[in-house]
Design a protein around this ligand. Sequence first.
Ligand SMILES: NC(=O)c1ccc[n+]([C@@H]2O[C@H](COP(=O)([O-])OP(=O)(O)OC[C@H]3O[C@@H](n4cnc5c(N)ncnc54)[C@H](OP(=O)(O)O)[C@@H]3O)[C@@H](O)[C@H]2O)c1
Length: 335
Amino acid sequence: MPTTNKQVLLARRPYGEPKEDDFSVVDTALDDPREGQILVRNRFLSLDPYMRGRMNDAKSYAAPVALGDVMVGGTVGEVVASKHPRFRQGDVVTGALGWQEHALVEGASAGLVKIKERPGVPLSAYLGAVGMPGVTAYHGLFDIGTPKPGETVVVGAAAGAVGSVVGQLAKLTGCRAIGIAGGAEKCAHVVKDLGFDACVDHRSATLKDDLAAATPAGIDVYFENVGGPLLDLVLGRINPFARIPLCGLVSQYSETQPYGVKNVVSLLTNRVRLQGFVVSDRMDRWPEAQQRLAGWVAEKKIVFRETVAEGLASAPRAFIGMLRGENLGKQLVRL
Ligand SMILES: NC(=O)c1ccc[n+]([C@@H]2O[C@H](COP(=O)([O-])OP(=O)(O)OC[C@H]3O[C@@H](n4cnc5c(N)ncnc54)[C@H](OP(=O)(O)O)[C@@H]3O)[C@@H](O)[C@H]2O)c1
């Protein structure tokens, strides 16, 4: 039985972009599981933009991480010891077990789910296309975006974990899927590998014209992952009765002076429905979404990329890089 555990703690609340010394990597003593507990060896850690919000001491839909606590995060791992009847040694589990190599948890914890491995669906996919980001794309696009065949769906951060699935779901629905991503390499991946109809580079000086050329019939659904000036640009091309699932605002999370959206009048004149959502709002959708996403991944109707950092100590650097756009596809850490 392991006796020590490597963990990443929140050492300091960042101002603006996080820095590596906002985190501390520590080795702590690890107890044996008590009655009702299991010990999990985490194999993959998911790094997600929402974690930036949890580093702030601010009111949000979830409580912040306390200073000195283990950073929150989704994991896939293997049960190494169990004193709970639901789990056995060797079971594979996913849950929010945090930035740490091992986790000692109550077997009855909500959100701790045993994974049945299936061909064509690697375990890491349960943190990406078949996990929280995939379910976010599924719920946000289908329940809030309500796309219809022939409509134009635009998504920001299109080469990332959520955006890559949104565009592929839009294509499976018979829509025109347009991505917005940072740089020519990501845009090429979005079109060639993910099968979007077009992708425009948000860093390009010709972004406005490029978006207009890619959306000749306007925009019916804008899956919002980014925020900032990009939202104003999209609102300039939005169609009457368009839907905007407001999933995230990644361009704003580390801003000390958030961007104020200007083109609000477009929401009114176009009778746009903009709705913020959090994936956990619809836990009832999770099993259906996960099952369908796993099926599409197994059939290669949904494909995905991963950027994998090696070792827990690399997590702070990889997290900062992901917020800057250094990831292609889902950002993970192999533990
Ligand atoms: N509501 C929910 O329940 C929920 C759940 C999951 C995720 N989300 C949100 O969904 C969004 C995407 O999350 P993800 O996990 O899929 O992350 P991701 O897209 O895999 O990674 C983040 C990406 O954001 C893009 N980005 C960063 N700064 C940007 C900027 N200034 N302008 C444009 N793009 C920028 C970068 O891509 P480029 O290189 O292309 O710029 C980067 O790769 C985030 O806003 C996240 O908060 C919401």
